[in-house]
Every structure is written in structure tokens, then in C-alpha cells.
Design a protein around this ligand. Structure first.
Ligand code: BEZ
Length: 208
């Protein structure tokens, strides 16, 4: 089953390093950064788990709960977390799903046989508080993800929701935003009281 943007994230109940969790119930009113890893005790994954733990406050500020997944058991995850904390100088607190039987990685199509028949690739699902999938990313096994981009796109999604706007290439918090073409000039006057610059009738930028 392909998981498309705007669809409800498939729910599941599974063992994790924080006990059994049901995705939707565990997420509650938070956003979720759900990200998969090929295997425990591997170098790139160790740095990614550590980076996520180091960014705990940044995720919390944005009301985002990280949820890792690796195709190993809770016991292996718990031993690995000691290594992650030792080598990455962090205190990993978020849950890691145990997916030794591949049930969740198959449900979320995280196993790409061209990369590996048995291990998950580096998938990302950003899920909003309505449980809708808002962003997917897929990285190969050999390349670690860019966590600046993970935070940036969460900021962008939340800004788009909050201000009914769109965000230009390489947008960062504080940068100009785009008034969507679906918003008339008349409505834009109320929605964007700072006014706007009309570069083209379909390209209007403003500050929020
Ligand atoms: C890693 O996390 O370092 C890794 C895992 C599987 C394949 C290649 C690299």
C-alpha cells in the first residue's frame, strides 16, 4: 500500500523501547517524526539516532514527537541506545519501534528490495495532529538525513497551516512567504495586513 500525502497514517500497535505503543493514541495532539533505520549497531544510524536525541528540545518546541524504527528487537535497541548515548554525547529518550518481523516496515513500505531484502531504508513520515501524512522522504542506506531540513520542513508545514500561505524555495523561519494563487487580492488584504509585493499576478510575497 503506497502511503500518499494527505492520507491518514496507518495505525499500528507495536513493542518499542518505551513499551507497547499504538501510533495514533501515542501521538495524541502532537506531530510525529516517524523515521526508519536499516539496523541497530550500524554507523550512519547511530549518528542519526544521536542527532535526533540532541535535538529533543527543538522537536518539543514544535510539538513534535520523534519515533524511530529499526528492524531489530527491543533488547537489541536498548543495548544499542547505550552506544548511541556514549558515542554521540546524548540521552536518547524517544521510543524506537521494534520491527524484527518487518510488519511495520512492510506496512509503511520502508523495505526497498533494490537496496535490501531485509532491512528498512531511511524513510521519513511527518504526521500531523489529525494523523494525516504531510511529508515523506526516502534516503538510501549509505546517506544520513539532514536534520536541519527535517526541522525546516516542520516549520514550513506549521507556518503554511497557521497563516494559510505557501513557502518558497529554501524558506527559513523569518523569511518572506507566498500568498497562494487561490487567495484573491480582496481576501489577501484581510489575511495579510502587511501588504505584499506582486512580482507577477501569481507570485505575491509578504512578511508574516
Ligand atoms: C549504517 O547505518 O551505517 C548503514 C546501515 C546499512 C547499510 C549501510 C550503512
Amino acid at each position: 500500500m503506497t502511503i500518499r500525502l494527505g492520507e491518514t497514517a496507518p495505525d499500528f500497535k507495536v513493542a518499542s523501547t518505551s513499551g507497547e505503543i499504538s501510533l495514533h493514541e501515542w501521538a495524541g495532539d502532537s506531530w510525529v517524526f516517524f523515521f526508519s533505520h536499516p539496523a541497530d549497531f550500524t554507523p550512519v544510524c547511530t549518528t542519526e539516532m544521536g542527532r535526533t536525541a540532541q535535538l529533543a528540545e527543538e522537536f518539543a518546541k514544535r510539538n513534535v514527537k520523534p519515533l524511530g524504527l529499526s528492524t531489530d528487537t527491543v533488547e537489541e535497541h536498548n543495548k544499542w541506545i547505550e552506544d548511541v548515548n556514549d558515542t554521540q554525547g546524548c540521552d536518547l529518550q524517544f521510543p524506537i519501534v521494534a520491527d524484527a518481523d518487518h510488519k511495520i516496515s512492510e506496512l509503511y513500505e520502508m523495505i526497498h528490495p533494490g537496496e535490501s531484502e531485509t532491512a528498512a531504508v531511511r524513510s521519513v513520515f511527518i504526521i500531523d495532529p489529525d494523523k494525516k501524512v504531510r511529508l515523506t522522504l526516502t534516503y538510501p542506506m549509505a546517506v544520513g538525513r539532514n536534520f536541519d531540513e527535517i526541522l525546516r520542513v516542520i516549520d514550513a508545514l506549521q507556518m503554511a497551516d497557521d497563516k494559510n500561505c505557501a513557502l518558497p524555495a529554501d524558506w527559513r523561519m523569518g523569511g518572506d512567504v507566498i500568498i497562494p494563487p487561490s487567495v484573491s487580492d480582496e481576501d489577501a488584504k484581510e489575511m495579510f495586513p502587511n501588504g505584499w509585493v506582486e512580482h507577477r499576478p501569481y507570485l505575491r510575497t509578504t512578511k508574516v
